[in-house]
Design a binder for this molecule. Structure first.
Ligand SMILES: Cc1cc2nc3c(=O)[nH]c(=O)nc-3n(C[C@H](O)[C@H](O)[C@H](O)COP(=O)(O)OP(=O)(O)OC[C@H]3O[C@@H](n4cnc5c(N)ncnc54)[C@H](O)[C@@H]3O)c2cc1C
Ligand SMILES: NC(=O)c1ccc[n+]([C@@H]2O[C@H](COP(=O)([O-])OP(=O)(O)OC[C@H]3O[C@@H](n4cnc5c(N)ncnc54)[C@H](O)[C@@H]3O)[C@@H](O)[C@H]2O)c1
Length: 445
């Protein structure tokens, strides 16, 4: 869009029949739509106003997939209209390099055509990593793409990998009433998050009945006609109706014929780029999941825009913000921006903590969303906000209020902002005032 609006001729090559990418079709949008339905179901069933015990509502996985399908269609229509309005041509087919100005577009029947361009941007995304010892053709074994084709409602599922995808799907399946075994190859959930938040998630998962197994490695998968059995290196065995593998991703570079342009991906299929998202080949850029961290749709939008500016002007002075927020749509939700307590302690930065519990907020009491808290970490001398960690309903929205203050320069980033301003009442935003007062009161005078 950035290039088209600057009067460049732009073509998009997409191997799927419709636009939207993994984000709209298999990743962000479907998982968030599924999560939303489950979260409303839980709310409905736990609210005494609606839930007259004998009328407990029930939804199946295919039911909520249906709803997700409607959201995907809306996203695809919207994105298609953006391309149309900006006169960007879309060519369907699989792209691969012939040389650094020529792309071959191959159709499923083997026919192909060539297209040339001055500049090429690789935005081919990533796909679920498939460990070689697992047969993904078996109909009890799914990854985060194929799970969206599940036609039945599993009673028991093993989720292998307790990263973001594993934890989000654990919430979805547990919310639908399935038994969930969440197998973690590391020693705690979402190790990159603040330890308190990770502990809170573990507690809520445990409390909801999810069985978490840490520090486990898969030895082999045994599939039977009626179940699947997981054999762990530790000697444990687990049995379930099906398995969801959510243990990492691989960049989509293997089909690009990178050798033709002298470019090489790393062992996980990822490409290296500079600050302008340019690869080692001067007219070839790469953005999104194909360059690895942070592998977020949120960041990919910005990377694309920055690369386009660099293509137009030779370089882009803008950089993606260093403190990228994360929103993890588990139930309860998690969101954070900036440093966590472990990082600040390790860096010997003197900080204090201000906390607000949702259960003490009028808005949370009204909405029945009392599980959760907001934590602000700030420098004890400068009062600069160093990190914000939120756990609970709408955490991923709430975080942006604090982020806006954190991003201020020239003294604008100061926790006192939250006590020197008036918040609508009752709101969840009030958590910032409560947390700021709590933290400032802890300072030794
Ligand atoms: C289950 C799940 C949940 C997620 N949730 C979130 C979230 O809540 N928030 C968030 O910010 N991020 C989330 N993500 C990550 C997010 O989806 C990705 O970061 C984002 O989609 C990356 O965008 P992209 O354009 O780089 O790649 P993609 O969206 O994967 O798009 C790449 C496109 O390239 C096409 N393609 C690939 N190879 C070729 C080829 N050779 N020729 C032509 N076309 C090709 C593909 O068909 C695809 O359409 C989630 C991911 C998953 C899997
Ligand atoms: N709410 C969100 O923002 C959201 C939700 C879901 C997914 N995502 C994105 O999707 C990405 C993938 O999530 P995830 O839960 O699958 O994985 P993850 O990034 O948590 O990784 C899980 C494990 O797999 C390993 N691994 C990764 N790639 C590998 C490969 N190619 N070969 C071997 N091992 C590999 C990793 O070292 C790690 O131990 C995340 O990094 C995240 O950015 C974001």
């Amino acid at each position: 869009m950035n290039l088209a609006k600057s009067k460049k001729r732009v073509a998009v090559i997409e191997k799927q029949p419709s636009v939207g990418g993994g984000c709209a079709h298999w990743g962000t949008i479907p998982s968030k739509a599924l999560r939303h339905s489950v979260s409303r179901l839980i709310e409905y069933n736990s609210n005494p106003l609606f839930n007259l015990k004998e009328q407990r509502s029930k939804l199946t996985f295919p039911d909520i997939l249906n709803h997700a399908g409607n959201v995907i269609s809306k996203q695809v229509n919207l994105r298609t209209s953006f391309y149309d309005r900006n006169r960007i041509d879309i060519f369907h087919g699989e792209a691969s390099f012939v040389d650094n100005h020529t792309i071959k577009i191959t159709q499923p029947d083997g026919t192909f055509e060539h297209m040339t361009a001055q500049t090429i941007v690789i935005a081919t995304g990533s796909r679920p990593y498939h460990p070689p010892k697992v047969d993904f053709n078996n109909d009890r074994i799914y990854d985060s793409d194929t799970i969206l084709k599940l036609t039945h409602d599993p009673r028991h599922i093993i989720i292998y990998g307790a990263g973001v995808i594993g934890c989000e799907y654990a919430s979805i399946f547990r919310g639908l009433g399935a038994k969930v075994d969440l197998v973690n190859t590391r020693d705690r959930l979402l190790a990159f998050t603040d330890a308190e938040v990770s502990d809170a998630l573990s507690y809520h998962f445990w409390n909801s009945g999810i069985v978490i197994r840490h520090n486990e490695e898969l030895a082999k998968v045994e599939t039977r006609s009626d179940c699947v059995i997981f054999h762990m290196e530790s000697g444990k065995k687990m049995q379930a109706d099906c398995v969801l593998f959510a243990n990492g991703r691989t960049g989509n570079t293997d089909k690009l014929n990178l050798a033709a342009i002298g470019l090489e991906a790393d062992g996980r299929g990822l490409l290296k780029v500079d600050d302008n998202y340019r690869t080692q080949i001067t007219n070839i850029y790469a953005v999104g999941d194909v360059i690895g961290y942070p592998s977020l749709a949120s960041a990919a939008f910005d990377q694309g825009r920055i690369a386009a500016t660099a293509i137009l002007h030779g370089h882009c002075p803008e950089r993606i913000i260093s403190d990228i927020p994360v929103g993890i749509y588990t139930i309860p939700e998690i969101s954070s921006v900036g440093k966590n307590e472990q990082e600040l302690t390790a860096a010997k930065i003197p900080y204090e903590v201000g906390r607000a519990q949702f259960k003490h907020l009028a808005r949370a009491q009204i909405a029945g969303t009392e599980v959760g808290s907001l934590k602000i970490l700030f420098h004890i001398e400068t009062k600069e906000i160093l990190g914000i960690h939120c756990f609970g309903e709408r955490a991923s929205e709430i975080i942006h209020i604090g982020q806006a203050i954190m991003e201020q320069r020239n003294g604008g980033n100061n926790i006192e902002y939250f006590i020197n301003t008036t918040f609508n009442y009752p709101t969840m935003a009030e958590a910032y005032r409560v947390a700021a007062l709590n933290g400032l009161n802890r300072l030794i005078k």
